[in-house]
Ligand binder design. Structure first.
Ligand code: M6R
Length: 627
């Protein structure tokens, strides 16, 4: 296990916010609860999930849950209906444990008297699990959530709210946790830390959900629960308190959005919503996995130090955006591990007779974990004796099931065909892997590892600041919207980002765009540069800054328009660029994370000006499961 690398665990960077993944519903009132909960869960389906469940209190607590789509749960409820007017429900996007009937929420304590649903991740899950098991508890699922049901039952002394308070005091991490007990059957207690939770107010009935769209057809009056608040729901309404028990006077708000706007969180497109989720996603991908000294805890990455020390070659294989993430990974692994690192398009690698050998590590990157080409290349690597690590967003995906090691990116469901947040999460995943391997190999010194850890922990706030300056990126979009051709250039890590910026633009704006290393321009493509041809240059890498500027000057000399992505601190670039998209300064190794964001927004705004179907671009599918 990865924990072996450092015996004592130093402080972990904590989550600030959690991607909105699992769906939660709750109801207390005069009507049958199960149909209302099922209706709310269906309205949360757009977020993606892999299992669903409902619990209703009616003398006892009764649970129905099933892996797969809500229709399976509905069939189960038809066969064995749940009667009762107080209930909770959940759609799960797996984080701990594969999608299965057993891992689906709700979860109960061993007596079946307490039942919980949960959105978020409990970071000290393993420690709590060991504590409970040492006390004789038998846990039936692989989830972090079941542990919470056990803790609440242990803490219960006649008042559910107090038991929940005491239980969450023992848990670290993020949660929207919703609890019922047969001992107080007309009540639901919920608590929020980081993961979202809203209360809907009706006439003599009260609802609860992880997000507003689940409830919009029931009510337009909402109470938003904030971090570290506990709420008790009865049919009379909701009583909000701080987790410490202080009363909170929270006014209800009236929501006027329509259901479609609500699904997109008020954003015009899923792509824009997903771009804006990125600070949260980075936090989530790092959550509980990174120590201040650069130590990492990567659950499901099971190779040991000996394997890391004996490693001779790293292979990365992927397609599309995931391949571009791999281009960043190649630079990072080579620099941190001082090992040859090959990055191969999966559809090329599988036919190229690659020199993969036993003892190599092959990292297959795929958002969906279902891309046919990536699966085939990963299989080939395994057949040749390589260890295979899946870096994927989908728990239980084919790639993850086939892998020796898995690192889940935890970006949450990505709905827009053009990938954004999954890409950033893949970069973060690779930084974590580089730290894991680099520390084990001794190829990175502890100070450098700690510096990188600090740099990673600062990224969410930095990405947030880029998103706040969206208007200047929208202006840059106006400058290129009428171009016929556009080029993206950069060196090293900047080239890797340029590749992704170019792909984003072509996918949704349908502009012809090409990316290349800045030094390559003069070897041919320069012939195409005229005053009508914009060139986007990514220029963050200090070691090659002057060389990249030489390429910029070659473009300027032909009248080409320069749009630069550069650090805030770079004053030199103003002399050469027509427009500068600014990003906060980082360690150069981490710069791709920030540099990608303005390029995603640039593509988005060009496509919007061109009035394209941004979330469903022509000819493209979200997951390419054919060769
Ligand atoms: O699910 P995967 O990450 O394996 O998908 C790979 C590519 O098909 C995908 O990245 C594609 O290029 C996206 N449309 C990019 O936005």
């Amino acid at each position: 296990m990865s924990r072996d690398i450092v015996p004592e665990r130093p402080p972990v960077y904590h989550l600030k916010e959690v991607a909105r993944v699992c769906g939660i519903m709750g109801y207390v009132g005069p009507r049958e609860a199960a149909p209302i909960i099922m209706d709310g869960l269906r309205r949360l389906e757009y977020r993606g999930y892999d299992s669903a469940g409902v619990a209703v209190a009616n003398g006892s607590i009764n649970v129905r849950k099933a892996e797969g789509k809500i229709v399976r749960l509905a069939e189960l409820l038809d066969e064995e209906p749940l009667k009762g007017t107080v209930g909770i429900g959940h759609t799960r996007w797996a984080t701990h444990g594969v999608p299965s009937d057993l891992n689906a929420h709700p979860h109960t304590d061993p007596t079946g008297e307490f039942v919980v649903v949960h959105n978020g991740i409990i970071e000290n899950f393993q420690t709590l699990r060991e504590e409970l098991e040492a006390g004789g508890a038998v846990l039936t699922s692989q989830t972090d959530t079941e542990i919470l049901a056990h803790l609440i039952a242990e803490e219960y002394e006649g008042d559910l709210a107090t038991a929940v308070r005491n239980a969450v005091e023992r848990a670290e991490g993020a949660y929207a946790l919703v609890v019922m007990t047969k001992r107080e059957p007309r009540k639901i207690v919920a608590v929020r830390k980081i993961s979202p939770l809203v209360i809907g107010l009706g006439e003599g009935e009260t609802y609860l959900a992880s997000d507003i769209p689940a409830l919009l057809h029931q009510t337009r009056e909402f109470i938003i629960i904030e971090d570290d608040e506990l709420v008790t729901l009865t049919e009379e309404g909701a009583v909000v308190e701080t987790i410490g028990g202080e009363p909170v006077d929270r006014q209800a708000i009236h929501v006027a959005w329509d259901a479609e706007q609500a699904e997109k969180g008020g954003f015009e497109h899923f792509m824009l919503k997903e771009i804006h989720e990125q600070p949260t996603v980075i936090t989530e991908t790092l959550g509980g996995r990174l120590g201040e000294d650069g130590t990492t805890w990567l659950e499901d990455v099971e190779f040991d130090d000996e394997f890391a020390q004996g490693l001779e070659t790293v292979w990365i294989t992927a397609c599309g955006t995931a391949y571009h993430a791999g281009l960043v990974g190649r630079e990072v692994f080579q620099r941190v591990l001082r090992l040859p690192t090959m990055v191969e398009y999966a559809h090329e690698m599988r036919y190229a007779d690659p020199m993969v050998k036993p003892g190599d590590l092959t990292i297959a990157i795929s958002q969906s974990g279902e891309t046919a080409d990536t699966l085939a290349a990963a299989r080939l690597a395994v057949e040749r004796g390589s260890r295979m690590l899946a870096l994927t967003n989908v728990v239980g995906s084919t790639l993850s099931r086939y892998a020796d090691d898995v690192l889940y990116t935890r970006a949450g469901p990505e709905i827009s065909v053009a990938s954004t947040k999954a890409y950033l999460a893949m970069l973060i995943g690779q930084y974590l892997l580089a730290l894991r391997l680099g520390v084990a190999r001794g190829s990175i010194d502890r100070q450098r590892a700690a510096d990188l850890a600090l740099g990673l922990a600062r990224l969410p706030a930095q990405v947030e600041s880029i998103l706040e300056d969206e208007s200047s990126i929208a202006n840059a979009a106006r400058a290129i919207v009428d171009a016929d051709d556009i080029y993206f250039i950069g060196r090293g890590l900047d080239y890797a980002v340029a590749m992704e910026g170019s792909l984003k633009l072509k996918e949704i704006s349908y502009l012809h765009s090409e990316a290349m290393p800045a030094g390559e321009l003069k070897h041919g493509t320069l012939a195409l540069i005229t005053e009508d041809v914009p060139v986007v240059v990514v220029v963050t890498q200090r070691s090659t800054y002057d060389k990249t500027i030489s390429a910029v000057q070659e473009v300027k000399a032909r009248g080409g328009k320069i749009i630069a992505v550069a650090y805030d601190s770079d004053t030199e670039i103003d002399k050469f660029a027509d427009l500068v998209l600014r990003i906060p300064e980082t360690d150069d190794l981490l710069a791709p994370v920030n540099a990608a964001v303005p390029l995603q927004l640039l593509a988005y705004h060009v496509a919007k000006l061109r009035d394209h179907d941004i979330d469903q671009p022509r000819n493209l599918a979200k997951s390419v499961t054919v060769e």
